[in-house]
Design a protein around this ligand. Structure first.
Ligand code: SAH
Ligand code: SF4
Length: 395
């Protein structure tokens, strides 16, 4: 039986026209697309590029949401813009703050769907974990999102919109003319929330280009990490078209076990995945690839696994991020013991790889890795769907 073809964005991404008022939302358009939109609505071609530059800076550098405040545009043009366009972000429905300072936002997007966004403060930086899809087509056995049906891909505007609402909440838009503030509360982005980012490639790429734009949010590509379960055909493209850091949900050292944990392995197995990863740093000039490895009791956490792991990744500039399994209601796994995790980490470390153990953050508000699943999306996958989506024959 063949695996289900990747869902394309054409099918799943909503058009950009917002339902209310029929205005075109500028959030998420690339510079070229914004230029085209301005021209289509009457801007003279020779001025369009300059206008994009001006509007872009207001939107992404200063966080301005209304055209009336864009004082370097003529009053009449501001009024014209306001008739046709809008600057709209996803709506924050709720915010929870964990005992450890982690913040989880539930944001509502067009169609009434909801996704989760998590902000993790650290001493010298802060990381925003954003979502790329509502639900996920994949069915990794340890992941809560994987039990939720894919509803749709997020648009580029909904993806960058998550960064913008977090900056709103953190009060982090600079004030024009004020001195530069050292350090940033939101200094890093990880695409590790809900969904498989490489099954929504174009929208993720466009959103990350906006995040990296030097006249806007200005995050370096080294501060953006995209995590994939292993969508091999899109890995080289990630290096070429985004150039961000890459993390891979590796999680197992034999195809037999990885087939069970990360079913996409049936399509692109460990060897195929490693071949693609060997080429990645050369293409994007990135630093090391992060191998994510969820520690599941008696499943993938033996000394033999640790030794196999370092053998497999030989020659790849890598760091191994060990993630103690985060529980969720009904999960079929248990977390490895701290002693086991330590032993595993030591073996990897002694082989010359950094092997940090990821400290679970925001567990009390179900914000830790793999716990995200919007409570409003009641639709659960049936066994048949899970089997079909994972490319398995029916049991
Ligand atoms: N779909 C992408 C990104 C989202 S998941 C991917 O799979 O890589 C982000 C990371 O959290 C992945 O490494 C994923 O395997 C891990 N993860 C998922 N569920 C988890 C859980 N319950 N406990 C710990 N880590 C989990
Ligand atoms: Fe999807 Fe990633 Fe969860 Fe797997 S781990 S089900 S790819 S979100």
């Amino acid at each position: 039986m063949t695996a289900k073809a990747p869902i394309t964005q054409d099918v799943l991404t909503l058009p950009r026209k917002m339902p209310e008022g029929g205005k075109v939302n500028l959030v998420g358009l690339t510079r070229d697309a914004m230029r085209d939109a301005l021209i289509a609505h009457g801007a003279p071609e020779r001025q369009a590029k300059m206008r994009v530059g001006q509007i872009w800076q207001w939107m992404y550098q200063w966080g301005v949401r209304d055209f009336a405040s864009m004082t370097n545009l003529s009053k009449s043009y501001r009024a014209e813009l306001d008739e046709t366009f809008c600057i709209e972000l996803p709506e924050v429905v709720s915010k929870q703050v964990s005992e450890d300072g982690t913040r989880k936002y539930l944001v509502r997007i067009a169609g009434g769907h909801e996704v989760e966004v998590v902000y993790i403060p650290e001493t010298d930086r802060g990381t925003l974990c954003i979502s790329s899809q509502v639900g996920c087509t994949l069915t990794c056995s340890f992941c809560h999102t994987g039990t939720q049906r894919l509803v749709r891909n997020l648009t580029a505007g909904e993806i960058i919109g998550q960064v913008m609402v977090a900056r709103d909440d953190l009060g982090e838009w600079p004030v024009p003319g004020a001195p530069n503030v050292e350090g940033r509360l939101l200094s890093n982005i990880v695409l590790m929330g809900m969904g498989e980012p490489l099954y929504n490639f174009e929208n993720v790429r466009d959103a990350m280009k906006i995040a990296m734009d030097p006249e806007g949010i200005q995050l370096s590509r080294r501060r953006i990490t995209l995590s994939t379960s292993g969508v091999v055909p899109e890995i080289a493209r990630t290096a070429e078209e985004i150039g961000c850091q890459l993390a891979v949900s590796f999680h197992a050292t034999t195809d037999e076990v990885r087939d069970q944990l990360v079913p996409i392995n049936k399509k692109w197995n460990i060897e195929t995945l490693l071949d693609a990863l060997r080429a990645y740093p050369r293409v994007s000039n990135s630093e090391r690839i992060t191998f994510e490895y969820v520690m599941l009791k008696d499943v993938n956490d033996s000394d033999a696994d640790a030794r196999r792991l370092v053998k497999l990744i030989k020659g790849i500039p890598a760091k191994i991020n060990l993630i103690p399994f985060n529980e969720w209601p009904g999960a079929p796994h248990a977390r490895s013991t701290p002693e086991r995790i330590k032993k595993f980490a030591d073996i990897v470390h002694d082989a010359g790889y950094a092997s940090p153990v990821r400290r679970p953050r925001g567990e009390d508000i179900m914000a830790a890795c793999g716990q995200l699943k919007s409570a409003t999306e009641r639709a659960r996958k049936s066994r048949r769907e899970i089997a079909a989506e994972a490319g398995l024959s029916q049991p």
